[in-house]
Design a protein around this ligand. Structure first.
Ligand SMILES: Nc1ncnc2c1ncn2[C@@H]1O[C@H](COP(=O)(O)OP(=O)(O)OP(=O)(O)O)[C@@H](O)[C@H]1O
Length: 470
């Protein structure tokens, strides 16, 4: 790495600048690398950033990993840090010391901006008398912004938190990635505990439940396992789609489910799809999942995204002007996790460069993200993806044909064009074979309205949106 040309910031960085810089770098790598690679090599890295931001030391667990990370990723990490900081930084790799849990170190899962702690269950660390509920105390109803997208789910969750074991049992919350399902679950647990500190609450990710079943199997400790799970007052279980094809886990979960319901304990579950949409889960479980209340969380609407940005930025000690929040919210639409990533980049950029948050600064901080979006989502791309999905010809997108099998996918494509691109209604009409803007408006309203009512259509739109966003 080259020596810094400008060291004027040395010694003047804010206390949050180091963590923000490293987390912004991690966010960027999460977007650039395949998930598997990111999870294996980057996520476990822990960094220590010098107070004057002159040096970042990255700790790696063992020698083998150290060599691999150095060979494969160190150049990229240095380049990214330099780009984010705007001047050179010395990057060093080292073997992790024992005291790595000290607060001065930052890992990809450091609970900043409300991130969720690593999933963990009752497994090894559930020593007698010491019950870990695994709740993240930062994820509360107070920090969850309410909007049309999550109103129903939030109201139901609040009801469960205040009067558990009564209505809506189980509560099944579903929706796409990063929309706040996990947050809502933790909020239920935290609220119940605030009112009844003795309540036995457990948050667990479905994968950890699977791993607990495996351990109980290996160690022949099913009695202990049952005693622990069946004695809960509130079980919060995340991402139950992970139970697919795991027969023994499903059986144990079924038993726990029945036992908890019988004693009026409450169960809250999340998933990426509604119960009947779950693949490879036994019918008897699916029907039980659906027997309480099933609610969706939708992608947040514009005003909600703006409110989330302003709130989260305030929580980080920075004021984001409304016009900047609107600019960011219009450009980052998919989910809240991405909004948080964008916010982190903006805050880091503003801190390092000691500049006020403005639209121009946001544009600079997010330039990679904005250019990827502009490159990827074009109306042509949408037309092709929707035509493929509904098995019609791309040419039918511009044709005058009217049978429902063609007209409906065309309306869906128009709706997505309005949602995912910056094009105006007349421009979209033009790209759909010279149609009038009122035709496009009609399609946008119709599909938008039906989306709220029809689960199946909503799922299809989720799939299309995820495909288009890559
Ligand atoms: N309405 C909201 N207000 C404030 N923060 C939110 C809101 N919705 C989501 N978040 C934040 O966005 C991030 C992602 O949310 P969360 O982890 O709960 O998503 P999820 O739906 O469980 O996603 P996944 O399916 O990927 O686990 C979290 O940091 C969460 O605190």
């Amino acid at each position: 790495m080259t020596e810094g040309q400008n060291s004027s910031l040395a010694g003047h960085a804010s206390p949050n600048a180091g963590p923000s810089l490293w987390l912004a770098c991690i966010d960027q790598l999460a977007q650039e690398l395949p998930e598997q690679q990111f999870n294996t090599w980057i996520k476990p890295l822990v960094a220590q950033v010098a107070d004057d931001l002159s040096k970042v030391t990255i700790f790696v667990a063992n020698r083998f990993k150290l060599d691999w990370v150095r060979a494969q990723y160190s150049g990229r990490i240095s380049g990214l840090l330099e780009k984010l900081y705007g001047q050179s930084i010395q990057v060093e790799l080292a073997l992790a010391p024992r005291e790595i849990s000290s607060k001065r170190y930052i890992s990809a899962t450091t609970p900043e901006l409300g991130s969720t702690p690593e999933p963990a269950g009752l497994g090894d660390d559930a020593a007698p008398g010491l019950f870990k509920n695994r709740l993240n105390s930062a994820l509360t109803f107070d920090t969850l912004v309410e909007g049309t997208a999550n109103r129903m789910a939030r109201a139901a969750a609040m009801h469960v938190a205040t009067t558990p074991g009564q209505l809506y049992n189980p509560l099944f919350i579903y929706g796409g990635v990063g929309l706040g399902k996990t947050h809502l679950m933790h909020a239920v647990g935290n609220k119940l505990l605030a009112e009844r500190p003795d309540a036995k609450v457990l948050y667990i990710h479905a994968e950890q439940f699977v791993s607990d079943v495996v351990k109980a199997y290996q160690r022949k400790t099913f009695d202990e396992f049952k005693e622990r799970y069946h004695s809960l007052d509130l079980l919060l279980i995340d991402d139950v789609q992970f139970f697919a094809n795991k027969d023994r886990t499903q059986e144990e979960f079924f038993n726990a489910f029945e036992a908890l319901l019988a004693k009026k304990s409450h169960i809250v579950m999340t998933s990426d799809t509604y119960p009947k949409g779950l693949a490879d889960i036994h019918e008897r479980l699916v029907s039980r999942f659906d027997a309480g209340l099933t609610v969706a969380i939708e992608p947040p609407e514009l005003e909600m995204r703006v409110a989330i940005l302003i709130n989260k930025s305030r929580a980080e000690g920075a004021e984001m002007p409304e016009e900047v929040a609107f600019f960011v919210a219009k450009n980052v639409r998919s989910n809240v996790r991405e909004l948080e990533g964008a916010l982190r980049k903006i805050l880091a950029y503003s801190r390092f460069n000691q500049k006020e948050i403005s639209i121009q600064l946001a544009r600079d901080a997010l330039r990679d993200l904005l250019s990827i979006q502009n490159r990827q989502i074009s109306v042509e791309n949408i037309q092709k993806t929707v035509a493929d999905y509904y098995k019609i010809k791309v040419a039918d997108m511009y044709s005058k044909k009217r049978p429902a099998s063609i007209a409906r996918p065309r309306q869906i494509a128009m709706y997505l064009a309005k949602e995912l691109t910056q094009k105006s209604l007349p421009e979209i009409g033009e790209l759909f074979g010279g149609r009038d803007h009122t035709t496009v408006l009609h399609a946008v309203r119709k599909i938008g309205g039906e989306r709220q009512q029809m689960t199946e259509l909503n799922q299809q739109l989720h799939v299309l949106e995820q495909t288009l966003k890559g």
